[in-house]
Design a protein around this ligand. Sequence first.
Ligand code: ZN
Ligand code: ZN
Length: 622
Amino acid sequence: MKIQFLGAAKEVTGSCILIETRRSKFLLDCGQRQGQDAESSPEFQFNPGEIDFVILSHAHIDHSGLLPKLVAEGFDGEIYSTVATRDVAELLLEDSAKIQKEAAESEVGLMPVFTEEDVALTMDKFSVYEWNVPIDASDDVTVTFLDAGHILGASISVIDISGAGRLVYTGDIGHGHSPIMNPPAKLNNTDFLIIESTYGAKRHPAVNPKERLKQIILDTYANKGKVLIPAFAVGRSQEILYILKQLYEEKKLPNIPVYFDTPLGAETTSLYRHHQNYLRAGFRSSFLKGENPFHFGTLDFIRGNNRSLDVASSEEPCVVIAASGMLTGGRILNHLETTLEDPDSSLVFVGYQAEGTPGREILDGKKRVEIAGKEYEVKLKVHYIPGLSAHADADGLFSFVNSASILPKKIFVVHGEPENAEALRRRIINNLRIDTFVPEMGYTENFMDREVVKVVEKDVHLDFRPEFTKVGELEVYPFTGALLKKQDGIHLISKEQYIGILTETEEELETMLAKVRSKAGLETEAEAAEPAEGISEMAFKEELLKYADAGIFSRSRARELKSMLEEEGRDATIAHINKLARKDRLYPLDATKQEVLRRVLVAGINSFPQKARELFEDISER
Ligand SMILES: [Zn+2]
Ligand SMILES: [Zn+2]
């Protein structure tokens, strides 16, 4: 199997991955890049006529936007997706074709990348399925879609390739707290994983998006300004409408008109009704009761561009939701033109702003921006509400990987700017010891096909490939791939199928695993993570509290060290800590953390014995 990364490599947009197996050649997504330097119609790095099929994770244009071009240039296979993804993609691609046509008409020399006819031909290629249904995509490839919890129809693709193993492609995954979308499905087991990393270095702060939005609207209304909310027509828009409806019904909003300004208009929201089986059960109930969860008294759907221009030029305070989400085009530009320089108005970002987009420049605080060829001074107030993003944050991404029952052997991190992709990579390597890589645009990885040794233990079946993976200089064996829990204990299944009973209890197992990890070379990792020999008082306190909060440094340990410091003094206490660590008793579950904790304790007690005693006392009384 060969994997080539042709988009969203060290960036967020333009998702496209080419996979070649012994008998098939296919794409994972075929998206458009966004951002000012993005070429609207880049050359494909392959011959579209040679592609057997496409697996489409979801409808967002950065994943689907070049499908019509692919078809126009000779692709003649199937496009596999969920039913809902096809319907949303049709809406978004048609909309994109219209926008391109309008732009081409008003600007000499500008050519649309694709036309409405191309979109129609593209829609004929779709072959659609529901979640959890195995699809025989070709002779040697089977695909199963799982709920990604991102936008309507969005899927995680589980791809089984005969002779090569299983590959999971996350597409974009949701954060699990949406009132509309389900939490993403769990990663069960896979050999290879391609994971998005939009927020790989960030944590969504615990702000209540509803409260924030309410406050921004109230403040702006008091100043007689407008609230502009750029958002993809499908996804965040519905979440915002739903929140606004709640606020409206709770009578927490002033009597302010809300415009949903997109030529897709009410169609997007009726798609949600049509595909309600893709949504959270609790949310579906409002459809069942015959209500429209996105509609309320002051909401107005704008279809035509003239009406949009009228609203944009009027001075009446209002809320406007319009695409595109990153200010790269669409109706939001009508409103920015009249509102960007109005200090009484507000611009509220609710989604990720990719590098190079006007949205990112404004969010980064730039005061002069160029949008669609015109220069503006940014005078309105700029807000960002992170809790409304459709993406999992750093913790969500990590726990998606960590939740796997059998950890992947190799992970590729895509769909994230370098800082985010790198943070996720490091976290996975440091905590899970999985070979993890951030590919560059164009990078190709070749996997040797290999025989799958089928291990069958009574009613437990495992596909098992006993191979070591290189992580830096270490040869690591992904032992988590072959632990077998049975009535008489936990077994490690190897090439020879069976080594024997390892332990009787899970506790013992944890201790044993810690030793395996430590043998795998975690000590060298610990050195990299170690605090400096001389630690500042502040750092000592912070580090130790972190370990106490994580349950690694226990209250009873704090009590023990406090009395030792009082009774036997500094050197004896340090010697005691070193002894505990040597015997693997300071934190038996994780050799790395144990070593860092040991160093923090030794350095802190050495430099500030009195402070250390007080800190131990505080922790022991928590
Ligand atoms: Zn997306
Ligand atoms: Zn995306």
